[in-house]
Design a protein around this ligand. Structure first.
Ligand code: C5P
Length: 215
């Protein structure tokens, strides 16, 4: 069991997928669950204070992760949930204790043989506190905004770098300062600063740590 936590744009998604492929482990993108809830709540015109309705919606979700694609029922929503607008709403939803508790079982159900790589904000601290290997990835906000910009510009036309920088900064603050399951490294996590590392170099560092724990 490997957990890879970190802020938006730290590279955790890309690296977690590479690690899960290499180890032939299952993969959990826990942020996608919050994004899907946000996407559905937005589609149904729900606001953040309508928690009872959002919880009902959570109970009825039929999420399927298949290869790199995400389905809600039969609809593919992989790219639809990636915007910073959905990210912001996801971050507001993620502050709610009842919602976090409601999806705990779903997240834990991803832990199956032969193993799991789980990425998010609280994988090593709350959801999988007994994970064998815990990683916390960081990078400066400038670097992370740049990375996110490059990802989003491939799919959307109207992405603005300074706007993205501000949105990511606000989301960092909201995720770090919330009372429940804040974004933070587990005490026993390995910290990796990825500013000057390529994806491949970060991946190699993570694999080195995993191999060292196997011995
Ligand atoms: O990782 P990603 O940017 O897709 O996550 C979207 C939002 O979901 C985060 O900003 C955070 O508020 C929330 N989240 C969380 N706990 C996780 C994963 C994501 O609170 N384990």
């Amino acid at each position: 069991m490997v957990t890879i936590d970190g802020p938006a744009g730290s590279g955790k998604g890309t690296i977690s997928k590479l690690v899960s492929h290499t180890l032939d482990f299952h993969y959990l993108d826990s942020g996608a669950i919050y994004r899907i809830i946000a996407f559905e709540a937005k589609t149904k015109n729900l606001f953040i204070n309508q928690i009872t309705q959002i919880l009902k919606l959570v109970d009825g979700l039929n999420i399927q992760f298949s290869d790199e694609k995400i389905f809600l029922g039969s609809k593919e929503i992989t790219d639809l949930i990636r915007s910073e607008l959905i990210g912001k709403f996801a971050s507001e939803i993620a502050k709610n204790k009842l919602i976090r508790e409601r999806i705990l079982g779903l997240q834990k159900s991803f832990f199956k043989s032969p193993g799991l790589v789980a990425d998010g904000r609280d994988m090593g601290t709350v959801v999988f506190p007994d994970a064998r290997v815990k990683i916390f990835l960081t990078a400066s906000i400038e670097e992370r905004a740049n990375r996110r910009y490059k990802q989003l510009i491939l799919k959307e036309n109207n992405v603005n770098l300074s706007d993205l920088f501000e949105r990511i900064k606000l989301r960092d603050e909201s995720d770090t300062n919330r009372k429940i399951s804040p974004l933070k490294a587990a005490k026993d996590a390995y910290l990796i600063k990825t500013d000057n590392l390529s994806i491949n170099q970060s991946f190699e560092k993570v694999m080195e740590i995993i191999r060292s724990k196997e011995e």
